[in-house]
Design a protein around this ligand. Structure first.
Ligand SMILES: [Fe+2]
Ligand SMILES: [Fe+2]
Length: 299
């Protein structure tokens, strides 16, 4: 049995999709520790009601981000299935596409339907750029190796801290599938790079959207600070900087960027890693720079 057959066989052991039993918007699925807010004296000084509003809003953001990644997974697998090089690959990606739909449906039941509708987003734009390139290696590497590899680690952390049993069960099901999707991506990418025409990952079609991804994480804590600002009575410049410091923003971001780097290194994309390193995409911003960005961006 070759690698593709083995992946197909494993994936056909389909699991039931867990769904929620409680009201999506009234439940706090992840507490302050997931956003490092438990470390903030500013957050801890707010009333319990305000803290809960902040957590509910951040939880919804987290869910909408997960849903966007699932939508991307559906588009990616459909595109790969349509452009498959053989029957097995066509079937594998058609199966993955079905699983991504399952993931989307099971997470959607926990999210605010209005938030799902407003889909204009930088991540979606970046994915559009990659899909438009129609380059199979760029698509496989960027989305299946890097983005799915990263989201696998992210999902494991979210599952670990999840307070809702039904959502935890959904995350568990998704993690098992995503581990296989990422594994499929690594195999497909390796086959592509071992072929007569390996793809230069530092080509603008691949590196530009990847820089966009990394930059989204470089400014990630801004979303948390803007949410606290929205549900408290505003923040002064000094309080905003204090909050970035209390959240350990630099460490939080550096952990994410290191994670991306590790995934790229494990896929043997060293020339790409060198370029991104040289251009500053694996480096976190200072508190002052994050503060500056937070003043420019809307929550
Ligand atoms: Fe998925
Ligand atoms: Fe996936």
């Amino acid at each position: 049995m070759n690698n593709h057959n083995l992946l197909l066989h494993t994936g056909l052991k389909q699991k039931a999709v867990p769904t929620r039993e409680t009201s999506a918007l009234d439940t706090i699925h992840w507490g302050a520790e997931v956003y490092n807010l438990n470390k903030s004296s500013l957050y801890n000084s707010l009333s319990v009601d305000r803290q809960n509003q902040i957590l509910k809003s951040l939880n919804q953001n987290t869910l909408v981000e997960l849903l966007r990644i699932e939508r991307i997974g559906t588009d990616l697998s459909r595109c790969m299935s349509e452009n498959a090089t053989d029957d097995n690959e066509h079937l594998i990606y058609a199966m993955i596409s079905g699983e991504e739909v399952n993931h989307y449906m099971s997470l959607a039941s926990f999210a605010n339907p209005e938030a799902i509708k407003s889909d204009a987003n930088r991540l979606v734009d970046l994915i559009g750029q990659i899909m438009y390139s129609k380059n199979r290696t760029a698509i496989t590497f960027t989305l299946q190796v890097v983005l799915e590899g990263f989201s696998l680690n992210h999902l494991r952390r979210l599952k670990q801290f999840c307070r809702s049993e039904d959502l935890q069960a959904a995350l568990n099901m998704i993690i098992q599938d995503e581990a296989r999707h990422h594994g499929t991506g690594l195999i497909t990418f390796k086959d592509q790079q071992d072929s007569h025409t390996p793809w230069d990952l530092t080509d603008v079609k691949t590196i530009t959207p990847l820089k966009g991804f990394l930059n989204m994480f470089q400014v990630g804590p801004v979303r948390i600070v803007k949410t606290v600002e929205k549900y408290s009575e505003g923040l002064t410049d000094a309080q905003r900087i204090q909050l970035f410091q209390e959240l350990d923003s630099e460490i939080m971001v550096q952990d994410y960027l290191d994670d991306f780097k590790k995934i790229m290194i494990s896929a043997k994309a060293s020339s790409l890693v060198d370029r991104l390193e040289t251009d500053g995409y694996f480096k976190t911003y200072s508190f002052q720079n994050m503060h500056h960005i937070s003043k420019e961006l809307q929550a």
